[in-house]
Write a protein that binds this ligand. Structure first.
Ligand code: NAG
Ligand code: NAG
Ligand code: NAG
Ligand code: NAG
Ligand code: NAG
Length: 456
């Protein structure tokens, strides 16, 4: 009896097992099919989300996308960038990506050339754009401009008698006509060599100082490098002149070519201050601030990602045709990435090298500080806002009139050459009186652009 029962059981199992498995398989296939179909329906609403934009630790509401992959595909810049991204996509082209990482640039990619020739077909639209955009589009694929004047030192002027690696390189964007600005900077906050710090951190450090180097970044205004500029370079050795037209929309080239020069020439410099030639910098305080960063416990990690300035969030391209910032929708669509106001910003030498590599994969964009933001977004590095960077001047006149106001800032934009000289003299005079002035602190913003809600 028991044997019979056993046989029945075996037979039952033998017959039913395939059926059960078949049912399970069908059910699984159904579920998968539904999931795939559901996803396909969802897909068009997915946006490209730039890495880094969603980090929500210290910023207020952030834009979720900085360019929309589906809808903005027809704008010239977005289309070009999409091609470049596809070209370097490690999933789509594993082999080429590795090649690109080594020494390729976007110009060497065949697809890129294809898109650039296709641009001719939008020629009609191009004629309707303002002249400076047309100029930009015609030359935006080119970056290999020759150097006309090199600075004296390996990494800018001021390398004499250095006993340690330079702490800070001042890289100032200037023009051939900006001689007065350069002179004022050389005599005041931009002196190269050893500079003492001022005003300690909370821990009472602050002593010490650091070595400073200086370089002015110039394009070419007149055609040939002028004689007076040659003389100036002979005398001061702090000019880096590149052979492209020195226009507003070519300023991005100054960043990109500066990064390239820096990566070749400055392997020891710890920090870079990139500013315009009409900013005032509180150099002693800046030195102390930077040395405080180097003393932090996780200093190495901090330095790798270090960029600090006046951070602007969720800005939109200017739509005013008359503005010098005008960017038509047919050229770029989307909001700008988080970026630091270009008047003055400080970043580390390590980050400069990474920006140099990343810039090979980001198409030139006419607004220089936005371009830096685009590269930062792609590096997934977060900018740090500091209220002592005043790229739009002091918020109120009363604050500026305070006796020690200039001792509370690191950088302020815009000041004329004569103002620089006057301010520097005043700073020296009030040094003892303002010894205890601390840097500007967190504040709540009521400005038009969104700013970080929590800062410093
Ligand atoms: C960031 O956090 C705040 C509050 O915690 C929230 O309201 C906001 O939506 C968040 N932003 C993003 C982009 O997630
Ligand atoms: C990619 O590289 C591997 C080995 O390096 C090679 O075997 C493969 O054929 C390459 N693929 C393409 C598409 O070139
Ligand atoms: C990189 O450049 C070197 C010399 O310029 C060249 O020999 C090498 O093939 C290049 N590598 C790639 C992957 O293109
Ligand atoms: C940038 O410089 C190049 C080279 O001199 C020039 O051909 C081009 O027109 C300039 N671009 C703009 C937007 O001025
Ligand atoms: C930095 O560059 C100099 C000369 O270009 C070279 O002698 C030195 O070894 C380099 N240092 C490092 C750490 O790469």
């Amino acid at each position: 009896m028991a044997r019979c029962f056993c046989r029945w059981r075996v037979m039952l199992i033998c017959m039913c097992m395939p059926c059960i498995l078949l049912v399970l398989l069908v059910a699984y296939a159904n579920v998968m099919l539904c999931a795939v179909m559901y996803k396909t329906v969802e897909l068009p609403s997915l946006h490209f989300v730039a890495p880094g934009t969603l980090n929500n630790k210290s910023f207020g509401p952030l834009p979720q996308t900085f360019w929309d992959f589906g809808q903005h595909g027809d704008a010239i810049w977005n289309r070009l960038q999409l091609t470049v991204d596809r070209y370097f996509n490690p999933i789509l082209r594993p082999n080429d990506t590795r090649a690109g990482l080594e020494n390729g640039t976007i110009h060497e990619s065949p697809t890129e050339a294809g898109v650039l020739t296709k641009l001719d077909s939008v020629g009609e639209n191009l004629h309707q754009l303002p002249q400076q955009i047309q100029d930009f589009v015609k030359h935006m694929h080119r970056r290999d401009y020759p150097t006309l004047i090199q600075p004296d030192g390996v990494c800018g002027a001021g390398e004499k008698d250095e006993r340690e690696a330079p702490l800070l390189l001042l890289a100032i964007k200037s023009t051939e006509l900006g001689f007065k600005n350069r002179q004022a900077i050389r005599q005041t906050w931009g002196r190269a060599g050893w500079v003492a710090g001022q005003g300690g951190s909370a821990t009472g450090g602050g002593g010490g100082g650091g070595y400073i180097r200086r370089v002015f970044l110039l394009g070419n205004a007149v055609g040939d490098s002028s004689e007076s500029l040659q003389m100036e370079s002979k005398h001061h050795g702090d000019i880096l002149q590149l052979d492209f037209r020195d226009t507003f929309f070519n300023l991005t080239l100054k960043d990109v070519l500066f990064w390239s020069w820096f990566s070749r020439s400055c392997n020891r410099t710890v920090f870079v201050l990139k500013g315009d030639d009409d900013v005032f910098v509180n150099t002693p305080k800046m030195i102390t601030y930077l040395q405080d960063q180097l003393r932090k416990p996780q200093a190495h990690k901090i330095i790798e990602d270090f960029m600090i300035g006046d951070v602007i969030i969720a800005a939109l391209p200017s739509q005013e045709r008359k503005s010098k910032y005008f960017i038509p929708g047919s050229f770029y669509k989307g909001i700008y990435p988080v970026y630091a106001g270009g008047g003055g910003v400080v970043y580390s030498g390590l980050l400069t090298r990474r920006l140099h590599h990343m810039s090979k994969r980001v198409h030139l964009f006419p607004i220089d500080d936005v371009y830096v933001g685009m590269c930062m977004t792609r590096l997934n590095v977060q900018l740090v806002h500091h209220p002592a960077f005043l790229t739009f001047g002091f918020p109120t006149e009363t604050e500026e009139k305070q006796p020690c106001s200039y001792h509370t800032i690191l950088l302020v934009h815009k000041r004329s050459p004569s103002q620089l000289v006057k301010l520097w003299a005043e700073m020296k005079m009030t040094q003892a009186q303002c010894r205890d002035a601390t840097l500007r602190k967190c504040e709540t913003f009521t400005t038009k652009t969104f700013r970080p809600s929590k800062v410093c």
